[in-house]
Design a protein around this ligand. Structure first.
Ligand SMILES: [Zn+2]
Length: 322
């Protein structure tokens, strides 16, 4: 009702202003997947039956709904959202005054390099593998998408039960990948936060990384183009998105804040091609997984060099990498 009211308010405002507004259009049941209640107690009530051991949420117009609560609520419930994912429904709570849970100091510091072959590498040289859930589930997803595409247009339009099931299957597989990805990110982030007081990481600009390279016109033959690395970049882009770095760094930041750990973002330029020993910068220094300085001949694992340089820039370690 609030969304409808907002749409009409905007419509009448435009009418009055003499503009040509479009009449608010009907939004069917599948249009929205969330309902937000900006304040607990206004249209909804979290834990509406506090004396009952079963947790319920009361929603205006729906009634008391039983909730499978997966962990205790900390702090004070501020907003409540109801979210639909396929056939599942979720209650999402945002809380105020959540007590921090600082972890005891370990005296250890590290730098991390996030990559495609390894999900991340620490400056001590420990790797966390990249699970590549997207790749692993790609076959099942491709099958489901093929099955969905096989529906004739007419049947797609009349939303037959078979078609609906095919749509659900694709959605379920996407959700599965997303859940696996966040689960992996949570575990990797928790391990780091438990082990280190200070963690340096590259300041990532994902939006930049996934941008398609500009077309490179061929000066010899006008109208044609030289290879611009778009194809190889497209592959890398997919892997970047697959690894879900942005998600990971967000989760790491949350956990670090709660545990009173320090995250230090550093300038990511040339971290993979700078020699951590003599600071010589050369793209020839790196060859796949192997790093060999063209100046001082220092040899190391390329990802570890990246992580060491990150820690170095944050002032956490000295240049004498082992
Ligand atoms: Zn060197």
């Amino acid at each position: 009702m609030r969304r409808l009211d907002k749409a009409f308010q905007a419509f009448f405002r435009r009418v009055k202003a003499g503009e040509k507004p479009g009449y608010p259009r009907f939004r069917g049941v599948n249009w929205f997947d969330t309902v937000d209640f900006p304040k607990d107690g206004d249209g909804c009530r979290w834990d509406s039956t506090p004396h009952d051991p079963v947790t319920r949420v009361r929603l205006q117009g729906v009634g008391h709904v039983r909730v499978h609560q997966h962990r205790p609520v900390k702090g004070h419930v501020k907003t409540v959202s109801i979210k639909r994912e396929g056939r599942q429904w979720y209650v999402v709570l945002a809380c105020d005054n959540v007590p921090a849970e600082p972890l005891p100091a370990t005296g250890a510091v590290t730098g991390i390099d996030v990559g495609v072959t390894h999900f991340l590498t620490t400056s001590e040289g420990a790797h966390v593998e990249n699970p590549r859930h997207g790749k692993r589930n790609a076959e099942a997803l491709a099958d489901a998408q093929r099955a969905l595409k096989a529906f004739p247009r007419r049947k797609r339009a009349d939303r037959s039960a078979k078609h609906r099931r095919a749509v659900e299957k694709v959605g379920n597989l996407h959700r599965k990948v997303r859940r696996q990805r966040t689960d992996h990110a949570h575990k990797a982030a928790l391990a780091l936060v438990r082990d280190y007081d200070q963690i340096a990481h590259e300041r990532l600009n994902i939006a930049n990384m996934v941008r398609t390279p500009k077309p490179k016109p061929d000066p010899e033959t006008p109208g044609s183009f030289l290879p611009n690395g778009a194809a190889s970049k497209a592959g890398l882009n997919r892997s970047i998105l697959d690894a879900g770095w942005g998600v990971f760094l967000g989760i790491l930041a949350q956990k670090a804040e709660s545990a009173a750990r320090v995250l230090i973002p550093v300038d990511p330029r040339n971290t993979s091609r700078t020699c951590p020993k003599c600071q010589h910068v050369d793209s020839e220094n790196r060859d796949g997984e192997k790093f060999q300085c063209t100046s001082c001949q220092h040899i190391n694992h390329a990802d570890r060099v990246g992580a060491w340089n990150v820690a170095l820039r944050a002032g956490l370690v000295l240049p004498d990498v082992a």
